[in-house]
Design a protein around this ligand. Sequence first.
Ligand code: IMP
Ligand code: MG
Length: 183
Amino acid sequence: MNLESVESEIDRIVVSETDLKNRLQELADQVTEDFKGRDLLLIGVLKGAAMAMADMARMINLHLEMDWMAVSSYGAGTKSSGVVRILKDLDKDITGREILIVEDILDTGLTLSWLKSNLESRGAKSVEILTVLRKPTEAKVKVDAKYVGFDIPAEFVVGYGLDYNEKYRNLPFIAVLAKHMYM
Ligand code: IMP
Ligand code: MG
């Protein structure tokens, strides 16, 4: 969906489509380099990481496998609850696997910190994190993300997988949602 269609609903664009594409290509090149000769499993966190997974997987020049998990950390609102629940689990056993988690955003860190230890406790050989966005000022727990697209201010953003009440995921850019949309 294009900018014209949501112009009155957003405040401003934070990351343009071009900047997203260029930065993800840089990260993909790094991943290609770092995982050369290793057996890479991308784990996408549904639904927010769907776009990033689809784009990253095609930009990484390695054989890889893709699996998906769905966890809930947010309700219908815009604040993190800290409660993580598995809504959809992995299809395959991950014992001994080298994993790269693909996420849309690292906010409080509660979700990714929980997910990383969960995957490690199942016997993964290594677990790294790639996140498209990070809100550094919102961190409640320390999470080491090896690959970070953009650090952004602590505002509620939508687009490129990120939703507000399930909408806006299909924007090709990332934008701050206008306050009048949720206040
Ligand atoms: P965390 O556990 O606080 O790090 O939250 C991570 C999850 O919260 C992400 O996977 C998103 O689904 C959601 N989230 C955090 N910030 C935003 C935002 O600005 N817009 C939309 N979703 C967000
Ligand atoms: Mg998410």
